[in-house]
Design a protein around this ligand. Structure first.
Ligand code: HEM
Ligand code: HEM
Length: 183
């Protein structure tokens, strides 16, 4: 019998990227809410700076993650899935990969258009790629707002799909994205 060389689960690095991005994105929504709730100018500025730093970190992780992914194929989906389910999963993953790039990019461009640029862990910053203007500021703000809503919607479907696999189809799709505590 020939043993399959395909992995059965996501490796530690792929899992690290997945869950680190999940945690940082959850923080981003919480921070956006905190910014809205905060009155003082200085406190708001601090929170926005942290929001930018965390967002630019997501962008860095997304780049590293995509490079890693190009060289490490994911485990194949279970055989019992219908064609449409396989395509839906692929489409969902492509959309999520796209969103973890364009959501931070839209925030960064919004910030540049508003004349503030980015912030990344204090003194480190990236070059400004566009001229500041009110028209660009309005455009990128609307875009950032729209994309964060889209991300929320796609993530909600993604979570429901993961839970469906675990509780209804009772396969190992969720488990293989979780650390394996016992052999
Ligand atoms: C994964 C990455 C990110 C997520 C999930 C995210 C999410 C959000 C959310 C939910 C809001 C509130 C939108 C609203 O008011 O309706 C927001 C606002 C904002 N974001 Fe992001 N963001 C990300 C990355 C970034 C980055 C990288 C920057 C800039 C470098 C940025 C800059 C901003 C700014 C300036 C605001 C407006 C804050 C305010 O004045 O209320 N974001 N973001
Ligand atoms: C911000 C939130 C999230 C994002 C951006 C995200 C993104 C992704 C992406 C891009 C993949 C494909 C990985 C690859 O093939 O390289 C993936 C897989 C996966 N995610 Fe998420 N995810 C999020 C939240 C969650 C949550 C909360 C759960 C658990 C309830 C979850 C469970 C899974 C599982 C089980 C897989 C593997 C699916 C398979 O084996 O085909 N994800 N996720």
């Amino acid at each position: 019998m020939q043993l399959s060389r395909k992995p059965k689960r996501y490796g530690a690095v792929a899992q690290f990227f997945h869950w680190a991005v999940v945690i940082l994105i959850a923080i981003q929504y919480t921070w956006a809410w905190r910014i809205d709730e905060t009155e003082g100018l200085r406190a708001r500025f601090e929170l926005i700076t942290q929001h930018k730093t965390i967002g630019m970190t997501v962008l860095m992780l997304a780049i590293l993650r995509l490079v890693w992914r190009l060289f490490h194929a994911p485990p194949p989906l279970p055989k019992h899935l219908a064609n449409w389910e396989i395509w839906a999963a692929k489409l969902g993953h492509v959309a999520l990969y796209g969103l973890i790039f364009i959501v931070p990019l839209s925030g960064w461009f919004y910030s540049q258009a508003a004349g503030y640029g980015d912030y990344w862990w204090g003194p480190i910053s990236f070059p400004s790629l566009i001229e500041a203007s009110t028209a660009a500021e309005d455009f990128f703000y609307e875009l950032h707002e729209l994309l964060v809503k889209l991300l929320m919607a796609v993530v909600a479907v993604h979570i429901l799909a993961a839970l469906r696999h675990h509780f209804i189809l009772r396969d190992d799709v969720l488990k293989r994205m979780l650390p394996q505590w016992r052999k």
